[in-house]
Design a protein around this ligand. Sequence first.
Ligand code: PMP
Length: 376
Amino acid sequence: DRLNLGVGAYRTEAGAPWVLPVVREAEARLLASGVDKEYLPIDGLAAFNDATARLLLGDASPALAGGRVATIQGLSGTGSLRLGAAFIAKFLPPGTTVYCSDPTWGNHFNIFGDAGLGTKRYRYFDPATIGLDFEGLMADLGAAPPGSVIVLHGCAHNPTGVDPSREQWGAIADLCASRGLIPFFDVAYQGFASGDLDADAWAPRFFAHEKGLELLVAQSYSKNLGLYGERVGALNFVLADPATAGRVLSQAKRIARALYSNPPAHGARIVAAVVGDPALFGQWKVEMATMAGRIKAVRTRLAAELAAAAPGRDWGFVTRQIGMLSFTGLTPPQVARMTAVHHVYMTGDGRISLAGLSEAKAPYLAAAMADVIKEA
Ligand code: PMP
């Protein structure tokens, strides 16, 4: 019955890793076409960069039509964030601070810190509601010095699974505009969170198109295409004018050249093949919706099982949260008892990955959670 809920990758209902059939098909076509192993250009595969920017900003993007976007292929989400961090460290004024949500994906602090940047936290999560601390967030960002960089999770916030509403995103964008803050979106779950590529890219599109903000966006294909080990992603800069976009791309390439020369080809070719073929693109959307749908079904089942096992509590947060991860609100001693007594493994902050759970095992998890809540 033991459960590993620390996993950071999609698992099937049977608990196995899943290579998307559309990826297998794209790989078969690549092999058949006899692709070589030559270097890519420093900024990556052109067909990939074109596809990834359009997936992010939409086919009708005014920023893309205006030539105001600089896109460089990166080493998945992590490497794209790191490239953006190096750019900020090199070209923004000394002392520029990077604000990350409290809590955030732990690697954010490594990434920006190792690039030599100072980091601070802004309030995000309210344990009392197991939801967003919107007032705290607005107060902390409102006090950040102009020119600060604000790291925002595009969708499916890691680790909480709590996202701002569209109205709240609007207020955050207005604050960035009025205070001169620079948004840096981390988009690691586009299409994987809701099953819909457009819905999951709403926030960065809104900031770029409706609010006219300049911003950075790191993208990852680890989750939505299951390309974890292929390291495929991109860094995008949306800028005020095409001349700036040209200069920014040139400087980003200069940084990439010194860090790793040029990015890996295989995963980028898979993305370009999938997005470039209408049949494969359609198949990907179905498979993405399958992953998102399984996770939503597990959430629904878990919420129902918890309501039955521990009826005294409001378990609505389980289905309100989005994406693979859920903050349970369990305290460290409760988490310790989950592991020691029930053999349920999760991070010490009470975060679980729904990918590690199946509908069949939801009753076991709910009973264990009900038990540790009673004990504490
Ligand atoms: N950002 C967030 C918020 C993540 O959750 C992840 C994956 N755990 C990443 C970035 C980067 O993942 P990768 O480097 O595999 O794209």
